[in-house]
Design a binder for this molecule. Structure first.
Ligand code: PLP
Length: 281
């Protein structure tokens, strides 16, 4: 009989030459259990996905209940779906007033794409400022923002006009100008090795964005949903973004992301063209 291990190598597209190939039979709480009965502590948590642990009873209950009603109905944003609107209400109840409109996506990188499109619509500008060593996803818009050429070079040309700045360098902030559509940043750089912002860094960037009319996008795809001790990291800094990106743990293990902004901005996606951002799921 062909083992799963062999099928994995034969029929799954590989993304590295040395996959870990740990065979997991089940996962619960902080533990993963291998076929051989071996128990592992999951320190990586699906890369910041399982914030409440694997198979949390409330997550399992919510999924089971929903299965009795419906799975998929119709392309995003047409039908009123109770779980979707309740989740949007719950999120916005915990966010500052101006972050009152949620666009749910399938992944983090799609939340980045949606935010980039929204920033272009709001400002009429095309330049994005991002940071060295940043990570915002692997689709081509998000890749354009990425701070490390290693990940980008094989896929050029990407979206032109991106400006990369060093993280935590206050002197570089004057490169945010009237041409900048948005500054997009992880308020704590995650993949870079958990780099915290210096105390003045985020407030100064907020100030410069206000001066130049650039939007501020916080990518809290890793830091959000409780991972840093508050629901969102920006709460600890008192700096409010114009667009907030969430994903990973947002779906409790199901694929879900979101870009969140104001009603005023989001309504730009309703016209010229209609369906300004669209996804089946
Ligand atoms: C900060 C950050 N932004 C965006 C993404 C992309 O999310 P996804 O892999 O769901 O597309 C990631 C994924 O690791 C991330 O850490």
């Amino acid at each position: 009989m062909i083992s799963d291990r062999q099928l994995f190598l034969r029929h799954l597209a590989q993304t590295s030459e040395n996959p870990m190939m740990l065979e997991i039979e089940r996962a619960e709480g902080v533990y993963l259990f291998g076929h051989d009965g071996k128990k592992y502590i999951d320190l990586i948590s699906g890369i910041s996905v399982s914030n409440v642990g694997h198979l949390h009873p409330k997550v399992v209950f919510a999924i089971e209940e929903q299965l009795k009603h419906y799975l998929h109905l119709m392309v995003y944003g047409e039908f009123i779906q109770s779980p979707q609107v309740s989740y949007a209400k719950l999120l916005t109840d915990h966010l500052p007033e101006k972050l009152d409109s949620v666009y749910f996506t399938n992944s983090g990188t799609e939340a980045t794409e949606g935010a980039m499109k929204l920033a272009k619509r709001v400002t009429g500008r095309t330049e994005f400022v991002s940071f060295f060593k940043s990570y915002h996803g692997h689709t081509q818009g998000a890749l354009s923002l990425m701070g490390d050429e290693y990940w980008k070079h094989a896929y050029r040309p990407l979206i032109p006009g991106n400006r990369l700045l060093p993280f935590n360098d206050i002197h570089a902030i004057d490169q945010i100008t009237e041409k900048t559509a948005a500054v997009i940043m992880e308020p704590i750089q995650a993949e870079a090795g958990v780099i915290l912002p210096q105390p003045a860094f985020l407030p100064e960037i907020r100030k410069r964005c206000n001066e130049t009319g650039a939007l501020l996008i916080f990518d809290e795809i890793q830091t959000g949903v409780g991972r840093t001790g508050t629901l969102f990291f920006f709460e600890q800094q008192g700096v409010i973004p114009d667009i907030l990106l969430l994903a990973k743990s947002l779906g409790g293990g199901l694929p879900l992301g979101a870009f969140i902004s104001s009603q005023q901005y989001m309504q730009l996606l309703t016209h010229d063209p209609v369906l300004g951002h669209l996804t089946t799921f």
